[in-house]
Design a protein around this ligand. Sequence first.
Ligand code: C2E
Ligand code: MG
Ligand code: MG
Length: 650
Amino acid sequence: MSGTSEGPAPAADFVRRAVTERHIDTPSRTVMSPHPSDGAPPGPVSGEVHREHPQPLTDAAPGTGPSPLPGRTRGAAFAAAPLAMAVVDRGDVIVTANETLGLLLGTGSASLDGRTASDLVDLASDARTWHAYREVLRGRQARLRCTRRIRHPDGHSLWVQVTVTPLPGEEAVLMSVADISSRRELQARLRHLQMHDPVTRLPNRTLFFERLTAALETDAYEEGGTGRIGLCYLDLDGFKAVNDTLGHRVGDRLLGAVAERLTRCAEQAGHARAATPLVARLGGDEFALLVEDSTGTEQLADLAESVLKALEVPFDLSGRRLSVSASIGVVERRAAGTTATGLMQAADTTLYWAKADGKSRWTLFDPERNAHRMTRQALSSTLRPAVDRGEFTLEYQPLVSMEDGGVRGVEALVRWNHPQFGMLTPNRFIGLAEEDGSIVQLGRWVLATACRQARRWQLDHPDTDPIFVSVNVAVRQVWDSDLVADVAQILAETQLPPHLLQLELTESAVMGSAGRPLQALQALSDMGVRIAIDDFGTGYSNLAYLSRLPVSVLKLDGSFVRSFQYETLDGADGHSDSADEVIVEALVQLAHRLGLTVTAECVETSAQATRLRGIGCDTGQGWLYSRPVAPERISELLASPAVQAGAGKP
Ligand code: C2E
Ligand code: MG
Ligand code: MG
């Protein structure tokens, strides 16, 4: 409710006259007080509305009562006041305006009388302000204060703060208009300084994130955009060396020159489009080009390509020629569901790939590569405790005699039952375990578990020929742990006869073996444990050398067997003379002559088995016979009347 003072308010008399007599300056007893907004704190930004409770328009100290001044004086005070003011009637019509308002609006005060106040200071253009203004006119709201941008007749625009207050007891309001253009300009200059980088004059990190956040919040459909966003995140290659060798001044000049080229690229890219990409310096030698409403990865790839091209031309910095290249991470995606942090993380990862892939290039974000990286990280951090938590299990895959199809042994294959990622095959984690050394602990667990299991089978099936267990051993287990002591201890504990244990090592692990690995192999062999070379044929394939090592089995890599697969079975016996087959045949013959037996991996078809048998392979392993299975399945197999191949087939 509008406040009223008792009896005629100080301003009321003057106003009443003004309303009835228009701007005829009639002597009056009322006092025009300075406007309450004088010296008030800075107002809100354009269009914002302040509502306050009305204050009586008096300058009298409380309790002392107003000291009446002659009306003529008050009228003169209104006319001469340095603050632009107008008395406006309830119908939004200016009753009288002072000289200052006339000057401010460039119209002269007299011509303002009778004009629509809201038109002059643009109070009707936004609904909120218009509503508040009308409420003040009706006496239902105490005050309106807002900031408007208005156009002066001479063409320049100015920022004004408009305050409208009811005149107590009167059918009119007082509108005051303060020119705040210089304050706004200063604020804008300060903001520019805060938001721009002094070295390159580009928008800085703060402004970049402000724009990015705003872009992600924009409703694409409302704005008629594509609803997508793209980012090139760029880092100069070897910039540190420039700084270190030529000094920071040269470094800064180079950054400035790079910024200019980036800006030119952005302008060219934006030429045929609605908006120019925002170029920002995010810090150090990192820059970003933000493309709002992007049209797809191709647009971003073109931009990245043009940036790399633009940077190819050497820089001429006061007579010094400098060449610089950059790596760029490119991300383009739907804006909906994207956060600024998420986008920056993706860009950062992609930039890292661009660097790792050899620098001076752009790389596109690849969700699969990213997922792989995240899983790798997640896996490696949970690998060590996983052994203690019992998250690993072993499956066993039969090793079958080619001659009679009987199971001679099984290979133990480790799996990780990861609480988050489910059942993982060894290719996902063995490499990691080798990298961080946890393979030693994991390998010991595999060895003990497999030996215990093999002994169990032996005890449970006394009437069947015992089967051996073949355990994979990583290089690091030979180097970083006392493999010989571990094996000896585990064999003693499980009471598994040494000849029922086979260890599989890769060719690369044993080739060139001297010193410790060779001694270990020798000691294990002396113990009666068999050594097999896993994935034979993928490495050196130096049979002559291998035969001098205590190795007794070659496991022929699956790629050999796979190459048999597509041969036509044109001969009656399905035989054809592919190059691989000739090589494998020669290998098998040579191996036999050197006293080694041969196991073929990845036998998937009976045609392959037939040929491998023809060539003279001793043992086969593969899906034809059985997938890797749980130990119980092997027990069932051993319990069957004839130890049959194929029992573990899915
Ligand atoms: P590997 O020692 O060569 O084991 C044979 C791999 O071939 C196994 O993969 C097996 O499932 C797969 N395989 C068997 N038959 C066929 C077939 O007919 N066709 C095809 N396409 N694949 C077949 P898995 O279990 O994923 O093991 C992969 C590798 O992980 C193993 O290759 C081995 O190098 C390593 N590994 C497994 N367990 C251990 C372990 O306990 N310790 C160490 N250090 N490495 C292990
Ligand atoms: Mg193996
Ligand atoms: Mg293998």
